[in-house]
Design a binder for this molecule. Structure first.
Ligand SMILES: Cc1ncc(COP(=O)(O)O)c(C=O)c1O
Length: 439
């Protein structure tokens, strides 16, 4: 059977993107002789087409053509590589098999998710916290959930993001109409508050200088910097939201990687239930990037300015725009949260964390300042005075290693590279040797 790898598919996307752009240019902006009378969504026009990963894939493809015999190692895209535990795979297989029998068949599930799974998430992920199973909504992963949350919020809210951040917050904000145009000079969209988070402020914004926005997207441990915000930092964030009457959308996609006692959930912070929503995912927790499963916590106490519960509207959104996560995936999620499943998924997380330590040592040995990697699968390396894409090219040329230019995550990422620890150990060790040889 032909197996398409993530790299292959990214390369194909990049090729088709490139050829459709060429076609468009050749035809003077028209891609066909016949066109409909439907105007393009103006918000889609604002989006920047040079999306980071297709651009990386295009450069990788060019490099492979230039060096057909080189073994290229990808420390770029943040996709998992290790197999999922057998008990988890079997639970999905058994569930799927039962669907072929009259007794085992069932159709739609509850939009909010399987009750048993919601209870298991509450009991394992929020063990000592006041999060109820009824506040947990099972999703098909956090990326689509971020867009559903944007639909909930609508075009008229103001938003803030960490600079640097995972691109989905900004792009979904652009699509829904929360932003102005893109300003090429600053590399920013108008009407978004970019909260600078770098080594100079311990990767946490100076809130005394941050203007109020309705919504604050905040990710910890952060993609791409790998920084896990401390309890004190998140307490400041919650107090800031309380003072301003803002809502925090807290992305805890990498919570499982936290090992230094930093909060794994915003609900560890007193008062967060009145000001926060949390989006979480099985993707990096359990290697479910392709299976698609996550959850979102919308507390009862979170209210709009008129006192209406946000949770009621969110429920309406998921009933209208989402019909519940795959039952097969949910069976897998339930198995992940069994004692046996938790033990197995934690050991995979530990494996990636060992990879991260190897990468930290490798870059540190070059005398570089290296951040992240201790509570996250991402290592954030600083190349002061250099442009991220130049360093990306140089490392690719000299070591055949793919990384991600930090500037792709926001203007504050200029001069940094993100390196992922989601690799096979042999590749990580080989990459480490090649990086050290740069000395
Ligand atoms: C910070 C962050 N949030 C959300 C996601 C999306 O995760 P999911 O696979 O659950 O859609 C990612 C994926 O890389 C991520 O890095």
């Amino acid at each position: 059977m032909y197996k398409i790898s993530i790299t292959d598919s990214l390369i194909q996307n990049a090729v088709s993107l490139e050829s459709s752009q060429r076609l468009l240019a050749e035809k003077g902006g028209m891609s066909a002789e016949y066109s409909t009378r439907v105007a393009r969504n103006v918000n889609m026009e604002k989006l920047q087409s040079n999306y980071l990963f297709p651009e990386i894939a295009a450069r990788e493809m060019k490099h492979r053509k230039k060096y057909p015999n080189a073994k290229v190692i990808s420390l770029g895209i943040g996709d998992t590589t290790q197999p999922i535990p057998l008990n988890v795979a079997l639970s999905m297989a058994n569930f799927a098999q039962a669907l072929s029998t009259p007794e085992g068949y069932s159709g739609y599930g509850l939009e909010q998710g399987n009750q048993e799974l919601r209870k298991a998430v509450a009991a394992t992920m929020y063990k000592d916290l006041p999060v109820k199973d009824t506040e947990i909504f099972i999703s098909d992963g956090s990326q689509s959930e971020i867009s559903r949350l944007q639909l909930l919020l609508g075009p008229h809210v103001s938003i803030a993001v960490q600079d640097q951040s995972f691109p989905a917050y900004v792009d979904s904000g652009v699509i829904i109409g929360q932003t102005g145009d893109y300003d090429h000079a600053s590399g920013r969209y108008r009407n978004i508050e970019y909260m600078k988070c770098g080594p100079e402020n311990n990767f946490f914004p100076d809130l005394s200088k941050t203007p109020r926005t309705d919504i604050i997207f905040f990710c910890s441990p952060n993609n791409p910097t790998g920084h896990a915000s401390s309890r004190e930092q998140l307490t400041q964030l919650v107090e800031f939201a309380q003072r301003n009457g803002s809502i925090i959308i807290f992305d805890s996609a990498y919570a499982a990687f936290v090992s230094d006692g930093s909060p794994r959930s915003i609900f560890e912070i007193p008062g967060a239930r009145k000001v926060a929503i949390e989006v979480a995912s099985f993707s990096k927790l359990a290697g479910f990037t392709g299976i698609r499963l996550g959850w979102t916590v919308v507390p009862d106490e979170l209210l709009y300015s008129d006192g209406f519960p946000v949770q009621h509207d969110f429920n309406r959104i998921i009933c209208t725009c989402f019909n519940g996560a795959s039952k097969v995936a949910q069976a897998g999620g339930l198995a992940c949260l069994s004692p046996e499943g938790l033990k197995a998924i934690n050991s995979v997380v530990d494996y990636y964390k060992e990879n991260a330590s190897i990468l930290i040592d490798s870059f540190t040995s070059l005398g570089l300042d290296v951040y992240g990697g201790r509570n996250a699968p991402y290592v954030w390396v600083h190349f002061p005075g250099s442009k991220s894409w130049d360093v990306f090219n140089e490392i690719l040329e000299k070591t055949h290693i793919i990384t991600v230019p930090g500037s792709g995550f926001g203007p504050g990422g200029e001069g940094f590279l993100r390196v992922t620890a989601f690799g096979q150990r042999d590749d990580i060790l080989e990459a480490s040797r090649r990086i050290k040889s740069l000395l």
